[in-house]
Design a protein around this ligand. Structure first.
Ligand SMILES: *[C@@H]1O[C@H](CO)[C@@H](O)[C@H](O)[C@H]1NC(C)=O
Ligand SMILES: *[C@@H]1O[C@H](CO)[C@@H](O)[C@H](O)[C@H]1NC(C)=O
Length: 388
C-alpha cells in the first residue's frame, strides 16, 4: 500500500511542479513604454507556453505595451490550457495604416482552451474614424480582437476601447464565454461594433457593459446556442440578429437567448435584420426576456427589407425564414411612436412571433405597433396594442 502511494506521489510530483508554469512577457523582452513594439516578446512567451505539455500562464504586468499585428497560432500547441493574465494595456500603433488593412489587430487562430483574464486593449481608432468621416479614402480598419476557428475560450474582465472597426469578432468558434467585459467607443464612431459572432455555437456573453458606435452585439449567419445575459448596452445600435440573407446558401441562426438587458439611448433595441434577397437562411427559436428600454428609437424591430440605396436587391424579398421569436417582459420607453415594428418578408412571412407582457410607452403618448407579413400571438398585457 505504502509503496504504491509513494510511487504515485513520485509519479505525479514532477508534472504538478511543472504545472502552470508562468511566462512573464518581460522576461522575453517586452518593454511597457508604449513605444517599443512588443509583438516578438509576446509571441516568444506564447511559443514557450504553447510548447509545454502542462497548463501554462502568460503574464503581462502593468504598463502599456505597443503591439502591431499579432497572431497567436494554436495549431501546434502541446497543451489545451493556456491562461493569459493581463494587468496591463495593449496599445495599437498610433498610425492607423499599420494595422488598418488587416482583418484584425490581435488574433487567435485555431486555439483550444485559452483563457484571458483582465487587461485592456486600446485600439486608438480615432485617427481612422476621422479619416472615414472626412470622406477620404481610408483603410477599412482592423478588428481589435479576433478568435478564428477556436474552441473552449474564456475572456473574463477584459476592457476594449476605441477599436478601428469591430472590437471583438468570433468566427467559427465553439464553447466561448465572455464575462465582465467593458467595451466602449464614442456613439458616433463608425462600425465599432462591440462583439460580432458568426459561424459559432455555444457562445455566452454575460455581465458586461457595451457602448459603441454600432451594434453592441451582432449575431451573423451560422450561429446556434447563443446566450446573452445581464448586459448594459448603449450608446450604439442595440442587439442585432443580422444582417442575414446576403448569400443564397447561408447557415441559419438558431436557439438564441437574450435576457436581463438594459438598452439606453440606442438606435435599435432588439433587432432582426435581413437583406431583401433570395436566401435559404433562417432564424428560429429566439427568446428576448426581461428587457428594459430607455429612450430607444426602435425598441422591437424585425426588418426584412434591408437594401441600402436600393443597391443589389431592388424589388426582391428576403428568403430568410423567421419563426418562433418570443418577446417576454419588455418595458420602458420608445423614442419614436412606433415601438414595435415587424416588417417581414412577403415571400416568407414571420411565423410564431409571441408578445407577452410588453409595456412600451412613447412619452405621454401611446406608442404604436406595426405588422407587415407577421403572424403571431399576444398574451398578457401588451402595450402598444399588438398588430397581429
Ligand atoms: C440552447 O442553447 C443553450 C445555451 O444558450 C443550451 O444550454 C441549450 O441546450 C440549447 N438548446 C438546444 C435545444 O440545443
Ligand atoms: C406601463 O408602464 C407605464 C409607464 O412606466 C406605467 O405607468 C403603467 O402602470 C404600466 N402598465 C402596466 C400594465 O404595467
Amino acid at each position: 500500500m505504502i509503496q504504491i502511494l509513494i510511487l504515485t506521489i513520485f509519479h505525479f510530483s514532477p508534472s504538478s511542479s511543472a504545472a502552470n508554469k508562468v511566462y512573464n512577457v518581460m522576461s522575453f523582452g517586452a518593454k511597457p513604454d508604449s513605444e517599443t513594439d512588443c509583438a516578438n516578446a509576446f509571441l516568444s512567451a506564447w511559443g514557450a507556453a504553447c510548447s509545454t505539455r502542462q497548463p501554462a500562464t502568460i503574464y503581462v504586468p502593468p504598463g502599456r505595451y505597443l503591439l502591431g499585428n499579432i497572431r497567436f497560432d494554436g495549431a501546434s500547441c502541446k497543451n489545451n490550457a493556456t491562461t493569459i493574465r493581463i494587468d496591463g494595456t495593449l496599445v495599437a500603433p498610433l498610425n492607423y495604416n499599420v494595422i488598418g488593412d488587416t482583418d484584425s489587430w490581435v488574433k487567435f487562430e485555431s486555439v483550444t482552451g485559452v483563457s484571458i483574464y483582465g487587461g485592456a486593449l486600446d485600439g486608438r481608432g480615432n485617427g481612422l474614424w476621422a479619416c472615414k468621416n472626412s470622406g477620404k479614402t481610408c483603410p477599412q480598419g482592423a478588428t481589435s480582437l479576433l478568435f478564428h476557428n477556436s474552441k473552449k475560450i474564456m475572456v473574463n474582465g477584459l476592457t476594449s476601447t476605441n477599436s478601428q472597426m469591430f472590437h471583438i469578432l468570433l468566427d467559427g468558434c465553439h464553447d466561448v464565454e465572455f464575462v465582465n467585459m467593458k467595451i466602449s467607443a464614442p456613439g458616433n464612431s463608425p462600425n465599432t461594433d462591440g462583439i460580432h459572432v458568426q459561424q459559432s455555437s455555444g457562445v455566452t456573453i454575460a455581465n458586461s457593459h457595451i457602448g459603441t458606435g454600432d451594434d453592441c452585439i451582432s449575431i451573423g449567419p451560422g450561429n446556434s446556442n447563443v446566450w446573452i445575459d445581464s448586459l448594459a448596452c448603449g450608446p450604439g445600435h442595440g442587439i442585432s440578429i443580422g444582417s442575414l440573407g446576403w448569400d443564397m446558401e447561408e447557415a441559419g441562426v438558431e436557439n438564441v437567448t437574450v435576457k436581463t438587458v438594459t438598452l439606453t439611448g440606442t438606435e435599435n433595441g432588439l433587432r432582426v435584420k435581413t437583406w431583401a434577397r433570395p436566401s435559404n437562411g433562417f432564424v428560429r427559436n429566439v427568446l428576448f426576456q426581461h428587457i428594459v428600454m430607455v429612450n430607444v428609437q426602435n425598441p422591437i424591430i424585425i426588418d426584412q427589407n434591408y437594401c441600402p440605396n436600393d443597391h443589389n436587391c431592388p424589388h426582391q424579398s428576403s428568403g430568410v425564414k423567421i419563426s418562433d421569436v418570443t418577446y417576454r417582459d419588455i418595458h420602458g420607453t420608445s423614442a419614436t411612436e412606433v415601438a414595435i415594428k415587424f416588417g417581414c418578408s412577403k415571400t416568407y412571412p414571420c411565423k410564431g412571433i409571441t408578445l407577452d407582457q410588453i409595456n412600451l410607452s412613447h412619452g405621454d403618448k401611446t406608442a404604436l405597433a406595426s405588422c407587415t407579413n407577421a403572424l403571431g400571438t399576444a398574451t398578457g398585457v401588451v402595450r402598444p396594442t399588438s398588430c397581429f
